[in-house]
Design a protein around this ligand. Structure first.
Ligand code: WTA
Length: 650
């Protein structure tokens, strides 16, 4: 993985950057370390506060943090109203292209009016501060409108990725006890309609808390509406007031809950709050993306993921930027769609995932080379380790060796980017997210929690930061046990990392039972629980195996019930079953039928051994039998216990 090469920030870039040299970065870092309260208070000063805070950070009840205690603010106000008295009022806030080439542009003023109208519609349905709403939508501007309208009223939102199944949607609605679902008839993906409303209907059969459903008409697909419960977006917002004052909300008011995979079968609701979150996200927009008034910024993430929250909607809009949104797939109708969009909209800052980059490499250079990419000035990467080969291709073929690359390390839980180069300041090394941002104390520690000077260990964060998760929704114990118990007083990320002689951090991936498939987090237990719900399955074990394109792929070991025989047809059936239960992103790569699963004496499945086998490629290629199953048994008989699972205790 490691590459010795080092790339200095291009001189022209550094000359215009917010942070123009490494010495400037070090000064910022030292200032934040010496007096964090003063440092963060200055950053929070960039926002509008209805009432100023009395204390910057209250860590007395650690690990439950409070930031900007006593302060009152509103995210929607900061993303919209704050810009209206300035020249930004007629600047494009959102530029959107549908997969079918439809185009829309919303200025800050237009977006403000849409958000106010929708917020008034929510009020009309009786929604108020403290209620919870689910957003299950395609990538259309109305998804951002829905988020901003909820934030305006203090309604805590939870966006569920449109690719998740009805079952996954249901568990999230139930955990949150949401009273409203905001959805659309359908979205477009690879030229096909992806229906959303039927999945909502299916999930609501078991969700008595939901009183209302709002449906945005994206395609005009034939949609069944349940009278009294379902409302068309347009009907609710026609003829309604275009003014809706933003609620002054407590700085710690829960802004959103975003479900992510942990090490158990049940996804956890990561809670983010208001003042600290926005302060941090806005600061990182400037540091990492070096955002300027003229930029057209495109982050390709879906709003269903944290990247979509912080760096498609809230960060860019708080910064007064133009954020570009695209509805569909990168390969539709051809593999040049992204490059075509960059050329057409003159995108200047482009932020995507290593999985996408690897897929582009495979399609060949003719696609990017056929387009004018000269508008680009900065490139970003997120979600998984980027291998040096992919980094260099991105640097040369897309960035033409002109554009710095920011490899940004962070998590759903961290709310914003924590480790990343500053593009005008930090020399980059392909494959390393480099150094922590100002105010972030990231360390690599050994299994006793002692810092490793140079070498491998576990990535931890030793100080609270403004956008940190506050808890797991409805489960403070899981929050404490999952993140704060392994290394007392420190937040454990669940990642392994190397630190080198320059203090650069190289993230190596997860060390718990979370796998990262194409940049999407999945829990092995979630897939296992789904498999054992199938009538033919007795037991299942799931591990991540290295995959050339996706980073990691899902490998399943399945013991069938007595009398059931494994067949290729059953393999297909089980793969489809998991995709239907969780969502297409969880569709297993391989299913291996085994006679029994290797277990420790205490009965725990030895996933580590299975992981070893799939990593060393000793599992037979395309067949569904595990040829060297005997090896596993032998190893297990030698008494090797499965390693203590780091991170969450089960
Ligand atoms: C991994 C996505 C290496 C890491 C924002 C982390 C990365 C998990 C990087 C969080 C990166 C994210 N280099 N690995 N630049 N960024 N990861 O919650 O394992 O979907 O713990 O947040 O992705 O995934 P999540």
């Amino acid at each position: 993985m490691e590459s010795k090469e080092k790339f200095a920030p291009p001189a022209e870039f550094a000359a215009q950057a917010h942070v123009p040299s490494f010495a400037d970065y070090e000064r910022l870092y030292a200032a934040a370390l010496a007096d964090p309260d003063k440092f963060w208070a200055e950053r929070a000063g960039d926002l509008h506060w209805f009432q100023r805070w009395t204390q910057v950070c209250d860590w007395s009840n650690a690990p439950f943090a409070k930031w900007f205690v006593g302060g009152k603010t509103n995210l929607s106000y900061n993303c919209l109203d704050r810009h209206l008295p300035t020249a930004r009022r007629n600047k494009a806030a959102i530029v959107w292209e549908g997969e079918n080439y439809e185009q829309r542009t919303l200025t800050y003023q237009e977006l403000y009016r849409k958000v106010c109208k929708f917020a008034n519609a929510l009020k009309g349905l009786g929604l108020k501060s403290g209620d919870r709403a689910i957003i299950y939508m395609p990538m259309v501007p109305e998804a951002a409108v829905a988020m901003l309208a909820c934030a305006r009223l203090g309604v805590t939102h939870s966006v569920v990725f449109g690719g998740f199944s009805a079952e996954a949607l249901k568990t999230r609605i139930q955990d949150l006890e949401a009273c409203l679902v905001i959805t659309a008839d359908a979205g477009l993906r690879r030229g096909k309609e992806v229906l959303l409303k039927p999945a909502v209907d299916e999930s609501l059969a078991d969700c008595p808390t939901v009183k209302n459903v709002i449906v945005y008409k994206r395609l005009g697909t034939l949609t069944q509406m349940k009278s009294g419960r379902d409302h068309w977006w347009d009907d609710l917002t026609t003829g309604i007031s275009e003014e809706c004052p933003a609620e002054p909300l407590d700085s710690e008011h829960p802004l959103y809950v975003l479900y992510t995979s942990g090490t158990t079968g049940k996804p956890k609701g990561v809670v983010h709050t208001t003042g600290g979150y926005l302060t941090y996200v806005l600061a990182t927009m400037k540091w990492v993306f070096d955002l300027k008034e003229e930029d057209t910024y495109w982050c390709t993430a879906d709003i269903g993921w944290v990247t979509g929250h912080s760096y498609v909607v809230y960060g860019p809009l708080a910064a007064g930027a133009t954020t570009f949104m695209y509805e569909g797939a990168p390969d539709w109708p051809k593999w040049d769609r992204f490059w075509r969009l960059i050329e057409k909209y003159r995108i200047s800052v482009f932020y995507t995932s290593p999985t996408a980059i690897r897929a582009f490499i495979r399609q060949g250079d003719d696609f990017p080379n056929g387009h004018d990419l000269s508008s680009l000035r900065l490139l970003g990467s997120v979600g998984e380790p980027i291998n040096p080969t992919a980094w260099k291709w991105y640097h040369t073929t897309i960035g033409k060796e002109r554009c710095p690359i920011v490899d940004t390390w962070w998590q759903t839980e961290t709310g914003g980017i924590l480790i990343s180069p500053l593009p005008g300041a930090t020399p980059t090394k392909p494959g390393s997210a480099t150094r922590p941002l100002p105010g972030i104390v990231a360390e690599v520690v050994d299994d006793k929690g002692e810092p490793v000077k140079i070498g491998k260990g576990f990535l931890v964060l030793s100080r609270p930061w403004p956008s940190m998760l506050r808890t797991i929704y409805g489960n403070p114990e899981r929050f404490k046990a999952g993140y704060w118990s392994r290394f007392p007083g420190k937040y454990f990320t669940g990642d392994a990392a190397t630190i080198d002689e320059d203090g650069y951090i190289w993230c190596l991936g997860r060390v718990d039972d979370v796998i990262n498939v194409a940049g999407h987090r999945l829990s092995t237990m979630e897939v296992e629980s789904s498999l054992v719900r199938h009538k033919s399955v007795a037991e299942a074990a799931v591990v991540g195996a290295p995959h050339e394109m996706k980073g990691e792929a899902i490998y399943c070991f399945v013991a069938l019930k007595t009398g059931v025989n494994g067949s290729d047809a059953l393999v297909d059936e089980l793969r489809d079953w998991v995709a239907h239960e969780i969502g297409a992103l969880a569709k297993p790569e391989k299913i291996n039928f085994v006679a029994a699963l290797p277990k420790t004496r205490s009965g725990k499945i030895m996933r580590r051994l299975l992981r070893e086998i799939v990593t060393t490629k000793s599992v037979a290629g395309d067949t569904s039998t595990l040829e060297d199953y005997g090896v596993i048994l032998k190893l297990s008989q030698e008494g090797k216990e499965e390693e203590e699972i780091l991170g969450e205790k089960k």
